[in-house]
Design a protein around this ligand. Structure first.
Ligand SMILES: [Zn+2]
Length: 276
């Protein structure tokens, strides 16, 4: 993309905020995944726009009868082929690769300039890129989670015996479900606690490709701002928080974040040069 002088100035200011931060947190949303080819759920062309929103009582149904839920799910996986829309969505998830925005966050983490990533995405792309310190607030589609103790297990390492349902946690015997947070399901308490801790601790926050409308994640930038943290938004589109943030960069995270990272690197090099 072509950078106007105004945009260059915004990038410079954002880079300085990042370089000077002591505890930077990044909050990522669907826009980051969309840049990797994963369709969004809502909005034009979104999965739910085409096939309808999932049942809002999905979690209650699971919690009321986990055995029956697992039986129906395994049965459906064996027998009923999914709709073309669902198949397309599943394929785009399975084939998606991290993009330059995901890798830019890994670079910042390795430079010691990014302390935590909070993502609303379930697609595992941050971890696949190499991010270590992360909370997936809506879960991770590659994991299973114990309802009792929150222990998470990679799906591929856990064999589900159809004769003994629901599957049980090897640590505490609790009921196992997918880690992805269902409609109607509370955010897992350990995830929520970590997000609150990070929002309480940060002195700067990157808000990346998220419309800032889905709670609880939408509350974190507002909370950080109230505490005096500097908030930088990177999004191709204006959002409800655009008017409030310290800096709004208009464009895809995959294009803008690498520019921020290279400028932060220069600033840090200058600083260490002048210190020695
Ligand atoms: Zn457990």
């Amino acid at each position: 993309m072509e950078l106007t002088p105004k945009m260059q100035e915004a990038l410079e200011r954002a880079s300085r905020i990042v370089a000077e931060s002591k505890h930077l947190v990044a909050l990522g949303g669907a826009g980051m995944s969309a840049e990797s080819g994963i369709p969004t759920y809502r909005g034009p062309g979104g999965l739910w726009t085409r096939i309808g929103e999932p049942d809002p009582r999905r979690f209650q149904n699971f919690a009321a009868d986990p055995k029956g839920w697992w039986e129906r799910t395994l049965e459906r996986d064996r027998e009923a082929p999914e709709s073309p829309d669902q198949a397309q969505f599943r394929n785009s998830m399975q084939n998606a690769k991290p993009n330059a925005g995901h890798y830019a966050l890994v670079d910042l983490e390795r430079m010691g300039k990014l302390q935590w990533v909070i993502t609303q995405n379930v697609d595992n792309l941050h971890r696949a890129a190499g991010t270590k310190n992360i909370t997936e607030i809506h879960g991770n589609r590659h994991l299973l989670r114990c309802m009792g103790c929150n222990h998470r297990i990679p799906r591929e390492e856990f064999e589900i015996d159809p004769h003994y349902l629901p599957p049980r946690c090897p640590q505490c015997g609790g009921v196992i479900k997918g880690d992805g947070v269902m409609f109607g399901e509370p955010i897992p308490p350990d995830s929520l606690a970590m997000c609150v801790k990070q929002a309480n601790r940060c002195d700067a926050m990157l808000v990346l490709g998220t419309s800032g409308t889905v709670y609880p994640a939408a509350g974190f930038p507002l909370h950080a701002m109230r505490r005096g943290a500097q908030v930088i938004e990177v999004n191709p589109y204006p959002t409800p928080i655009s008017e409030m943030v310290d800096m709004a960069l208009r464009g895809p995270t995959g294009e803008l974040l690498p520019l921020v990272v290279s400028r932060v690197r220069e600033l840090l090099d200058q600083r260490s040069g002048s210190n020695s």
